[in-house]
Design a protein around this ligand. Structure first.
Ligand SMILES: [Ca+2]
Ligand SMILES: [Ca+2]
Length: 223
């Protein structure tokens, strides 16, 4: 019993370190998913054959708050490729982000006299509309009272939509050489789901392994 005690302390120490690493990993990788709905406010005449203002939008956005801010200003942030997943459907027409070529911009008390969050995805897979191909899908949030945000950090939970004066989505399509652009713009109505933090599989594995280790050690100390 006496000889087992220092060993138990040592093993507990390592298990503690192991779990600490797992917890730190959890803090570094936060994927946050929002489901949203919206309406169609206006659209380019080029798109009126397929879309109209009676239609609705639904979609899902997942962003990764572990992406570093590459804008050195403390009041503005640029998070490159921070959109981990994005899908949107406008009345049966569905687009999906293929990853990369996307960013999130966050401005606190900007020169435009607003707090702003902008998600912009430029690598979209969606059906062509006539000769027009998908260019980008974006979500914009502006608060002209500048109270929605107090810094440029990636929100772990998106601020309440009611804090923003503008909550807009925009889908842009273009022809192959980019000389013709057409847009569909609408309002985002309140989110339909609460944000959910999804730990990365590696984190789940680490914590799981750590807990399993604790179980095995407890059993061996009993014997
Ligand atoms: Ca910054
Ligand atoms: Ca502010």
């Amino acid at each position: 019993m006496r000889s087992g005690k220092p060993k138990a302390v040592l093993v507990s120490f390592f298990v503690g370190i192991f779990l600490l690493i797992a917890i730190i990993q959890e803090g570094q990788a936060s994927l946050i998913t929002y489901n949203f709905t919206g309406n169609v406010d206006h659209l380019s005449p080029l798109l009126s054959g397929q879309f109209n203002t009676m239609q609705t939008l639904s979609g899902s956005l997942t962003y990764d708050t572990s992406v570093p801010d590459s804008d050195s200003s403390s009041d503005s942030a640029y998070y490159l490729n921070s959109i981990a997943a994005l899908t949107f459907t406008i009345d049966g027409y569905t687009g999906v982000s293929l990853g990369a070529h996307n960013h999130t911009i966050i401005d606190n008390n900007s020169s435009m006299n607003s707090d702003m969050i902008a998600f912009e995805a430029h690598n979209i897979s969606a059906p062509s509309i006539g000769t027009l191909l998908p260019d980008s899908f974006s979500l914009y949030f502006y608060d002209f009272s500048q109270s929605a945000l107090s810094n440029d950090t990636f929100p772990e939970i998106m601020p309440d939509l009611s804090l923003f004066n503008v909550t807009q989505w925009e889908y842009v399509v273009k022809d192959t050489d980019g000389s013709i652009l057409a847009t569909i713009i609408g309002n985002i109505t309140p989110y339909t789901a609460e944000p959910s933090q999804v730990p990365e599989p590696s984190t789940v594995l680490l914590i799981g392994t750590g807990l399993a280790l604790v179980g095995v050690l407890r059993k061996s100390f009993k014997n």
